[in-house]
Design a binder for this molecule. Structure first.
Ligand SMILES: N[C@@H](CCC(=O)N[C@@H](CS)C(=O)NCC(=O)O)C(=O)O
Length: 224
């Protein structure tokens, strides 16, 4: 299949956790694509910039030739379906269903974590944002990572949640960034076997994650 020109519209790399998700998967899949940037945290101006790309008024947005695909999870599923060789879901149906469930849980949940520990990948703010609701979210995420690694990761033959890199990892990568920034005590919150800690190392070791953070730093410097 001939790929049409692809443009991924994203927000500031320091803050835009939803943008990181498809960006990471597209880089990982080796896709050539242009980036278009929207400046977040500018009120009506941000909304107008987003609306120029999508009626939903949010980023990320993927321009696939003349088509517009919005919403991180919809973009990721479309990439899995259309990009030959991307393999963004495992072939095993049970692992795939599990991956979809934990990705949907991320997409629709963890509101306390998202509100009180927003992605801020160029900063270190240990202790900020912690409260009971956030702690509850973090414990659930540790349980998700531990179960996925235990049931599918090791047998799947890779260091990611389902073994090889998948959409589930794209969905949880910004959580790894938040844990780095706010440094919650993962052991106290349930990471007794250090599975979450090891998973964070896996995500942080991805060259694509490093590239994102370097770009975020450059954007922050340019804006200051
Ligand atoms: N459910 C959407 C959420 C997208 C979202 O909230 N994006 C934020 C940036 S990370 C945004 O566009 N904010 C601008 C605004 O709401 O005006 C997705 O998964 O893509």
């Amino acid at each position: 299949m001939k790929m049409p020109p692809l443009t991924l519209v994203i927000g500031d790399k320091n803050w835009s956790s939803w943008s990181l998700r498809p960006w990471l998967a597209m880089k990982r899949a080796g896709l050539a694509f242009e980036e278009a940037h929207v400046t977040l945290r500018q009120g009506d101006d941000t909304k107008a910039q987003c609306l120029a790309y999508s009626p939903a008024g949010k980023v990320p947005v993927l321009k696939w030739g003349d088509e517009t695909i919005w919403d991180s999870l919809a973009i990721l599923e479309t990439l899995n379906e259309r990009v030959p060789g991307a393999h963004l879901w495992p072939a095993d149906g049970v692992a795939r269903a599990h991956g979809r469930a934990i990705s949907a849980e991320m997409h629709s949940g963890f509101t306390a974590l998202r509100r009180d520990m927003p992605m801020d990948c160029t900063h270190h703010r240990p202790g900020e944002g912690m409260n009971d609701a956030v702690a509850h979210n973090i414990s659930r995420i540790i349980a998700i990572w531990t179960e996925a690694r235990g049931r599918f990761g090791v047998t799947g033959g890779g260091p990611y949640l389902l073994g090889p890199f998948s959409i589930a990892d794209a969905m949880y990568a910004p959580v790894v960034s938040r844990f780095d920034t706010y440094a919650p005590d993962l052991v106290a919150l349930g990471d007794r076997d250090s599975v979450a800690r090891a998973y964070m190392e896996t995500i942080n070791a991805m060259p694509e994650m490093r590239e994102w953070v370097m770009d975020a730093r450059a954007q922050m410097m340019a804006a200051s």
